[in-house]
Design a protein around this ligand. Structure first.
Ligand SMILES: NC(=O)c1ccc[n+]([C@@H]2O[C@H](COP(=O)([O-])OP(=O)(O)OC[C@H]3O[C@@H](n4cnc5c(N)ncnc54)[C@H](OP(=O)(O)O)[C@@H]3O)[C@@H](O)[C@H]2O)c1
Length: 297
């Protein structure tokens, strides 16, 4: 599955990136590898993942990249990766929770340009329950699962870091529901409270009361999933002061998630993530970086 790098070494750094086969994730892998980090590029699709690794090897990064299949919704693929990292490296230095979906579909009929398709998606008020549940499962539970699975190996690193790839949509100001906002804004909330928030959101969506219960009216599953993910990052940062745990909004990046309507390249977006992943040892934790600015959650 993975390739032939097998040299546990205190001077090396080991990173895992989810959703590394394309878009921002692929660029994060490339930039970390260019910095000398040994990167385990993960993807849910084995063929796409190995193709991405081959592409990086073609760029002269063979000594720094390998592949492991991970679907962040499938706990067995995570355990297999944890086992692989533990056996080969004995620790993890950097985890980038990048995999994500938007949780919406555009009504394609009569839509001509990528911008029209994006606006149509974002304007959709009555969201599809299955897609919303999938979005929560991938963006929130997927990141949470990855972090929890790797905490023991991160604690073996002398300078462990976790970066959660977030979005400006995840700001708490976009969640009118005061109870949810209160839970998500409290770094001492027990983690199971976050599950309660996303479950309540899905329950209200299912029974048609999301407007009355004051959930976001636009991009609701994306907003709630990323806000819950951020809250998980803050709780982890608070609970484990020896780890650097931060959320980074890469900017509005031209990738498949927005029909390539973004304004900056994946290379530029990934630089915002990698800068935080490679902060000095005394760098800050528990923060939200909007590109390179620290902002409020
Ligand atoms: N583009 C932007 O403007 C922007 C702005 C703010 C935040 N972000 C965030 O940036 C991250 C990367 O997105 P992107 O813009 O690079 O979009 P993208 O090109 O669509 O990439 C999304 C990646 O996530 C992977 N993924 C989805 N579900 C997965 C799962 N269950 N398990 C493992 N991997 C999974 C996808 O794999 P497949 O190829 O198999 O689908 C793909 O590799 C996302 O978290 C997104 O929310 C993007």
């Amino acid at each position: 599955m993975a390739g032939a790098i097998n040299a546990t070494d205190a001077s090396k750094r080991y990173a895992v990136v989810t959703g590394g086969n394309k878009g921002i994730g692929f660029e994060i892998c490339r930039q970390l590898a260019c910095d000398g980090v040994t990167v385990i590029l993960t993807a849910r699709n084995e063929h796409k993942g190995t193709e991405a690794v081959e592409k990086l090897r073609g760029l002269g990064l063979s000594d720094h990249v390998l592949f492991h299949r991970v679907d962040v919704t499938d706990a067995s693929t995570l355990s297999s990766l944890v086992h692989f990292v533990n056996t080969n490296f004995g620790r993890l230095d950097i985890l980038v929770n990048n995999a994500g979906v938007i949780g919406l579909v555009a009504n394609e009929s009569a839509l001509k340009t990528p911008e029209e398709r994006l606006l149509n998606m974002m304007g959709a008020i009555s969201h599809n329950y299955e897609l919303s549940a999938e979005c929560i499962e991938i963006n929130y539970y997927g990141s949470k699962r990855m972090t929890e699975a790797f905490l023991p190996l991160l604690q073996q690193s002398k300078s462990p870091r976790i970066v959660y790839v977030t979005s400006g949509w995840s700001k708490l100001e976009n969640i009118p529901n005061e109870w949810a906002k209160g839970v998500l804004n409290n770094v001492e909330s027990p983690p199971e409270k976050l599950d309660e928030v996303v479950n309540k959101f899905l329950e209200d969506l299912k029974n048609g009361s999301s407007k009355e219960k004051e959930w976001p009216s636009r991009m609701s599953a994306y907003v709630v999933s990323k806000a819950a993910m951020n809250a998980h990052a803050r709780i982890t940062a608070h609970k484990y002061p020896s780890l650097q745990v931060n959320c980074v909004d890469p900017g509005y990046v031209k990738t498949d998630i927005n029909f390539n309507t973004g304004k900056i390249t994946a290379n530029e977006g990934a630089q915002n993530i990698v800068r935080v992943a490679l902060q000095p040892e005394d760098g800050p934790s528990g923060l939200f970086f909007d590109c390179n600015k620290i902002v409020a959650f």
